[in-house]
Design a protein around this ligand. Structure first.
Ligand code: GLA
Length: 354
């Protein structure tokens, strides 16, 4: 794999930002910027070897700086929601940014998607990787502890986009890092993902209230439109007469993975019969948010090449701790103890149907 670097632009406050091009020898190329850790483009061959960009994104850095739908970005300190924008840790009540009504979403008003990261190209056992680091200061977004975060991106010769997450805090805190890429396996400018087929290796999901805060229940998917254990097209149940789906105008839920953190077991798969592209997801995390881009039209999203993204133009598979874990004792804990290491890996693996 090779990595090259070029200047991307200056942020509004004049900080220079770069863009890194990661390439393997099989035709996969990713462009990643150290602004927000954003995956700006991901070029992947289809069944005929035609290479296309399969992630939604913007042309200009300035568009990533605006409030938006988190296209391609690194998300933290806590991905997804914290109910009431507050949690208790070691008997202390912490208030975090209430940037979505009364609740906290994706790290707050200025999450990890809106900051400039330090970038370095490193050599991991003979493979080059892009390492982004950021110090999230105590109190940023409302969180306790200075948190040193490292996200490492690489593209392997097995056609995997691999993202390794690492963090250490000097005080007990909560951490939940993910990537918010919107995939459209036919190409970012090809229309919607309703015909994509999805498999989620999950027998349960976490039902939510009207504000998308989990009730705490782990509900069986069996016999409901939330069942993706057998691959089905997104469109089959996206508007099903099922309260959970109607609340969120499509899928926007956390599934409880059966994989128990095993990176070798498939967590999710997406198949696009049009292009023949297949994406498998592997992760050490316990959950995955399938978000079908239900709110992309809330504000017009003019994307790369001037293409306007509509609702369902892309889908996200955000590997994560369950939403609102800091307030749910029965969910896997997202607490990171002072001095301990937070470590997670997520792999998006590409192939074509034969
Ligand atoms: C996540 C959430 C969605 C939405 C998007 C960003 O996927 O679950 O509800 O907020 O982020 O637009």
């Amino acid at each position: 794999m090779s990595i090259t670097k070029r200047f991307y632009g200056n942020t509004a406050d004049g900080t220079a930002v770069d863009i890194f091009t990661l390439k393997n020898s099989k035709g996969i190329t990713a462009e990643i910027t150290n602004f927000g850790g954003v995956i700006v483009s991901l070029m992947v061959p289809d069944k005929n070897g035609k290479v296309e960009d399969i992630v939604l994104g913007f042309d200009k850095l300035a568009d990533y700086e605006k409030k938006g739908p988190y296209l391609g970005a690194a998300i933290g300190r806590y991905a997804n929601r914290i109910g009431g924008a507050a949690f208790e840790l070691n008997g202390i009540q912490y208030k975090v940014d209430n940037n979505e009504g009364e609740n906290h979403l994706h790290g707050g008003f200025k999450g990890f998607d809106k900051v400039v990261w330090q970038a370095e190209v490193v050599n991991n056992n003979g493979t080059e990787a892009l390492e982004l680091t950021y110090r999230s200061k105590e109190g940023e977004g409302g969180y306790p502890g200075n948190l040193d975060v490292k996200i490492t991106y690489s593209i392997t010769e097995d056609n995997e986009l691999r993202i390794d997450y690492h963090a250490v805090s000097d005080k007990d805190t909560v951490v939940n890092l993910t990537n918010h890429s919107y995939f459209n396996l036919s190409g970012h400018n090809s229309g919607d993902i309703l015909g994509h087929k999805v498999m989620l290796n999950a027998d349960k999901f976490t039902p939510t209230d009207k504000a998308s805060i989990p009730t705490g229940e782990l509900a069986d998917v069996k016999g409901t439109p939330m069942d993706f254990t057998i691959m089905k097209p997104v469109e089959q149940d996206i508007h099903a007469d099922f309260q959970q789906i109607q609340n969120t105008k499509g899928f926007d839920h956390n599934w409880v993975l059966n994989t128990n953190g095993n990176l070798k077991e498939k967590a999710a798969e997406v198949v696009d019969e049009n292009s023949g592209r297949v994406m498998e997801v592997y992760t050490t995390k316990p959950g995955v948010q399938l978000y079908t881009g239900n709110f992309l039209e809330e504000s017009p999203v003019v994307g790369k090449g001037g293409y306007v993204y509509r609702n369902h133009s892309g889908l996200c598979l955000e590997t994560q701790y369950f939403p609102d874990s800091p307030n749910k004792n029965n969910f896997p804990s997202a607490v990171l103890k002072a001095g301990d290491e937070y470590k997670h890996t997520t792999i998006y693996k590409f192939s074509v149907i034969d």
